[in-house]
Structures are given as C-alpha cells and as structure tokens.
Write a protein that binds this ligand. Sequence first.
Ligand code: ADP
Ligand code: MG
Ligand code: ZN
Length: 505
Amino acid sequence: MSAATVDLMDYSDVIDRYEPVLGMEVHVELGTATKMFCGCPTEFGAEPNTQVCPVCLGLPGSLPVVNEKAVESAIRIGLALNCSITPWGRFARKNYFYPDQPKNYQISQYDEPIATNGHLDVVLDDGTVFRVDIERAHMEEDTGKSLHVGGATGRIHGASHSLLDYNRAGVPLIEIVTKPIQGAGERAPEVARAYVTALREVLKSLGVSDVKMEQGSLRCDANVSLMPKGAKEFGTRTETKNVNSLRSVEVAVRFEMRRQAAVLASGREILMETRHFHETDGTTSAGRVKETAEDYRYFPEPDLEPIAPDAAWVEELRGTIPEYPWLRRARIQSDWGLSDEVFRDLVNAGALDLIIATVDAGSSVDAARSWWVAYLTEKAKERNVSALEDLPITPKQVAEVAGLVDAKTINNKVAKQVVDFVLAGEGEPGQIVEAKGLGMVSDDSALQAEVEKALAASPDIAEKIRSGKVQAAGKVVGDVMKATRGQADAARVRELVLAACGVEG
Ligand code: ADP
Ligand code: MG
Ligand code: ZN
C-alpha cells in the first residue's frame, strides 16, 4: 500500500485536534560471546545453522542455563535508565508457534522483569529536555530467521519455499518498554527519534551491544495513538514494527499520526494492530491484529532458577555506569574551550574518543584534534577505512608524534612522513625518526653552513635582504629546507638568514 491510497490529515490539523500518545519498545541484542541459555557463539554473519546446539534448537531433554554476563548487562541497562532492580524475579514462558522458534515458546520475563520504573531525560534538537518514563526492561531470547525464497519481494507471499537459520535463536535480548509518552504534542515524532537516539547512545556507552540498527542488533517498535484534545482516555494504539533507522522512527510516528487522524475524523475506528513500516516511501501498512497477553498463556519457566541478584552486586554494577554520553560531551567541550561548530566537527568525524585518548597520552588538545580530524581523516578516506579507530595507528603513537614536534625533534612536515611510516607498519614514531635519520637539523653550526651556502648561491637576493626587504628571505629559507630534506626548523632557519644579513626579523 502506498501513501496515495491512504487518507492523511495535514500535520498542523492533527496537532490542532488531537493529542498524540507514544509507546516505544526497543529490543537490543546483547554483545555477549555466547547465547542466553547455552554456550553457542553469537557472532553475526556465520554460515546458517552453524551456531546451534540441542538447547537453542529445543531438542527433547535439553535444559537451559542462564548466561550470567547477560544478567549483568540487563542490570547495568536498568541502572543506566534509573530503574529499580528486582531482588527476585522469574523467567516466563511465552507460548506461541512460529517456525523460527523451535521450542514452541520463547523464554522471556513477564510480570517479574529484572528492571522497572525508570526514566531517561532526552535532549531535543533545541536543547530542551524531555523526560521519558521507562516501564520496564526485561530479558528474553531472540528467534531464528526465516528466509522466504522464490518470490519477488522476499516476503512469504509469492515465495516457493522458506529456509530457516537458527543461529540467532537464543541470542540474549533486552526489551526496553516506555510508559505511555504524553505531552509531546507537535514534537511527538521528534521525541520518538530523540529517545531512540539517546537510548542507543547509552547502550553503546555501556558496551553491552553494538547497537547496529541496520544489522538488527537494535530494533524499534513504535506505538502511536491519538486522543481528541481534552479527552481523558487514551485512544486505540497501533504498533509499527521494526522501524530500522533513527530517521524512520520519526517518519513512522508522523505518518501514523496523520493516518490515524484521518481515520478518526471520518468517524471510523482505529484497529489495534501491528503495522509494517516501508522505508521506501515512509508509509505503514496493516499487519496482524494484536494478540493480548492472555493469548500467550504466560507461566513461570520451570526449567530455570529465579534471578536473585544480591544488593552488593547491584551496587557494584552501579559503579560501572558511565556518565551519559551527551553530558560527557558537554563537559569535555567546555573543558577544552571549543566552539559548538569545531566540537561538532570532531564528534561527527568519529574522533572524540581518539582525541581524548591522545590527550590522555600527553598530547595537547590542538595537536590531537588536528591529527585526527585533518590528516588522519584524510588517510582514512584514501585507504577506504570507514572508522578512524580502524587505522593502524594508536592514540599513543599520535601523541608520541605530537611530542616529537613539540620537542622540535621533527617539524610538521616530517611528522606527516613519520605518521605515514607508522601507518605502513614500520614501528613506533621515535624509532622511525632515529632509524631513518629524520631528526631535525637543530645544530646551529650545521644550519649556519647551509644558510651561507644558500646566500652565496643567490647574491641578488642576499643583497635585497641586506637592504631591509625581509620578505625576500623566504626563498633562501626554502633553499635551506630543501638542502636539509625538510628536516630543519624553518623558523630557526629564517632567524639565521636574517642574522647573517644583519637585519632584524
Ligand atoms: P505489547 O506486548 O502489546 O507490545 P507492551 O506493553 O510491550 O505491549 O508495549 C506497549 C507500549 O505501548 C508501551 O510502551 C506502552 O506504554 C505503550 N502504550 C500503551 N497504551 C498506549 C496507547 N493507548 N497509545 C500509545 N502507546 C501506548
Ligand atoms: Mg511488546
Ligand atoms: Zn545453543
């Protein structure tokens, strides 16, 4: 279905007449080495059905064992979202049949989730803060993947057969569910996007997941409903599934608001249904009518012990929660005294953490920033490396190069050569300078000799300088730099040239 066949209300009319309510469900795949209830590896992209065992294939007699690292990550996520951590909670069986789920049920958490009642303060584009209340974060396992073959669309309709890959079955998932988000009004689509953006950043800073929306390690479902202005009761919601980019979150919410408003205004009702989002034209179309919780016949999982994290462990984990990334950025920007624009550039270049590490290794902020944002960004492009940290040079090595420049052992031009040698795998900066004899000619008497040679070779220029035309010194400095293969301190050479001609700089 495309937008052309769907009635949409103008956005400003939607806002005049209705109050939107949102509910965001985010699934995040944890980056643990092994699955939630067995020892199978979780690496993305392996040959189908090579990362499976009796437990994650649901074979008779197999028994699950909880992955402690996954519980640790779940608790840390809960703490980062200001939730209470349950002192005792059980897993639950969510019963339903689907071919990608060999056990015939999913182990999840239902009424005893690991984390409840938190919030995340989200910074909107104009700097205002919007608090999103968190209902719960719970642990569960991922399903396998179906591949529908033989049709034009990759969907089950029109396919000749389906293939199943159980590598993903049993990968640890955390589902984070918000309370109904009210009061966003016109900014509801922006709030939805900003919330997922902020949550994704928090998860990344915790190091619990690689949060790649395009690979499905972070998946977002957006619930949207409208109520007439002034109404007390929420309207019926729809749940748009698997909105797989940050921009799409905003687009999907906006589209649903406009579509639902048109339906309501025409006197029809909203169906409680799931909807599919279409990346290509930014529309949604009807999926299945929603099950209710009763349909799943949840019951406590009998094969697993309850989770009972002791308070001391939870407190220990609380100590590992980093500052929110946006607060950290603001603090660093102010420490470094950089303008919004300069700071934004280095963040967008993906250089912030590298610059911090380079400064920690002894470099000045300016030198670290200039290496990463200018020269090394250029090198990354040349080498087709998508992330700066994938370049074969470390912040420590960059700091060492900066140190050599500061100590006037090498000048900036030679420093670039040294960096090139490091990138080529030739060793550490200091060693390279030594081994290749790249150290600056700082011995004045050696430079003096070169200066005299250069002046003697260009007597007319020497004369000009003597008569006070100090700009003419540039040519002589250039000749000396050439003679020393660029390894002299150009400023010092200039001083010596002027001194030799008896003029002040
Ligand atoms: P389900 O199992 O149906 O996905 P969840 O409780 O996991 O239900 O998620 C529903 C989400 O929708 C939650 O974020 C909840 O706060 C939100 N929500 C509940 N009612 C409404 C409503 N009327 N309009 C918009 N969002 C809602
Ligand atoms: Mg849900
Ligand atoms: Zn397994």
